[in-house]
Ligand binder design. Structure first.
Ligand SMILES: [Zn+2]
Length: 379
């Protein structure tokens, strides 16, 4: 084609003429074709953000099957899956509630959760120990812990791991009795540096699983705050934070998930002390329960459902340390206590207020990493 230049202006004119004629006679879609390609490119470009805009499923790291006044776990399973569908929860971690005394009728541990877990792989997983280890813990004084006690405690803990537990929980340290959780809601208390808790921390680290802990923190001795009742709670609460920090520091490999941040009746876990403890203890994690909102600093959300700036700052400062934990008690007729519809809405509301990446970490990625979860894609 090098010779074209010598073909003179007419040739170029004819070529152009031919092109124009061809253009004129070409089917009209060409322009549309271009527009079409352009809009398709636009859609392709927008797809990721569209996908990102899709509300992704949450992971609820703290829920229970209700056993009061009786157990019907097949019905609890149904209502759990129904609630998960309603609130777009992809996976729930179930655990026995914190027990210090054995009541054969209502007590349970991981064994009784296994049928539901096996029937819903990638959607339900279990923690164990709150119906067995905690009874040993709360009925053995620190001084009475000897090799025989350690051995039977370790044996039970290893049974729980062998049954497929993704962690130990819900382990009560100080667990205040709350009027709105029913007349049988117990007061339970052991020192956080109890030798059996230190042992559990080591067993959890050895098996690379976390411990979900219920800990009503008392920074300094204080009177029992209203509306809590005494009895069953003591009229005066003793400072218990130094012992908790000894437990956290005992084994840096132990991942400890401190449940119920963001709404706690004792109201001692405000943003300042949360920042202090997360800074001091890299193995400490927290899960949000947001059953109530309000002005008190320990409540992460204001009454209008807005996350308070000091809590937003905490989440931004520690993006890999927070998870969601509704504390739902699933019974045959739905959630019987622990979480409210408002509380479930607040969990999604919290996620939606965050920058997408941070929201995703809070709602699922941190849980997957901390609990080593195998989630089915899209869940
Ligand atoms: Zn709980």
């Amino acid at each position: 084609m090098a010779g074209k230049r010598h073909l003179g202006p007419d040739w170029r004119h004819n070529q152009q003429l031919a092109w124009l004629q061809a253009r004129a006679s070409a089917p009209p879609f060409k322009k549309d074709y271009v527009m079409n390609r352009f809009s398709r490119a636009l859609v392709l470009l927008a797809l990721p953000s569209l996908a990102w805009a899709q509300p992704f499923p949450l992971i609820d790291t703290h829920a229970h099957f209700e056993s009061l006044p009786y157990k019907d776990f097949a019905a609890s399973e149904k209502s759990a899956l129904a609630a998960m569908a309603q609130w777009n929860i992809g996976m729930s971690l179930l655990m026995p509630p914190p027990r210090a005394t054995l009541d054969p009728k209502t007590n349970y541990d991981i064994e009784e959760l296994l049928p539901a877990i096996k029937a819903n792989p990638g959607r339900l997983a279990a923690l164990g120990g709150a119906g067995s280890l905690t009874i040993m813990l709360h009925n053995t004084s620190p001084e009475a812990v000897n090799d025989a006690v350690r051995q039977s405690f370790r044996q039970r803990a290893m049974e729980i791991i062998a049954l497929g537990a993704v962690g130990f929980g819900e382990i009560p340290v100080q667990h205040l009795s709350l009027p709105n959780m029913g007349p049988r809601h117990a007061y339970e208390n052991v020192p956080a540096d109890h030798p059996l808790l230190m042992l559990l921390a080591d067993i959890a680290a050895e098996n690379d699983v976390p411990i979900d802990i219920h800990f009503d923190m008392v920074p300094n001795d204080m009177p029992l705050p209203p509306p809590l009742k005494s009895p069953p709670n003591p009229p005066k609460l003793q400072g218990n934070l130094p012992a908790f920090e000894r437990l956290l520091a005992h084994n840096p490999k132990t991942r400890i998930v401190w449940a119920h941040v963001g709404f706690e009746p004792i109201r001692t876990r405000g943003p300042d002390i949360v920042r202090q403890l997360l800074t001091a203890h890299p193995n400490l994690y927290m899960s949000f329960r947001l059953g109530r909102t309000g002005p008190h600093p320990s409540m992460a959300m204001a009454a209008d459902g807005k996350l308070k700036p000091e809590w937003m700052a905490l989440l931004q400062a520690f993006p890999d340390r927070f998870m969601l934990g509704s504390d739902s008690f699933y019974a045959g007729a739905g959630v019987s206590r622990g979480a409210t519809s408002e509380g479930m809405d607040n969990l999604r509301g919290l996620v939606d207020q965050l920058p997408p990446e941070l929201g995703r970490q809070l709602a699922r990625d941190n849980a997957i990493r901390v609990y080593r979860l195998k989630v089915t894609t899209g869940q």
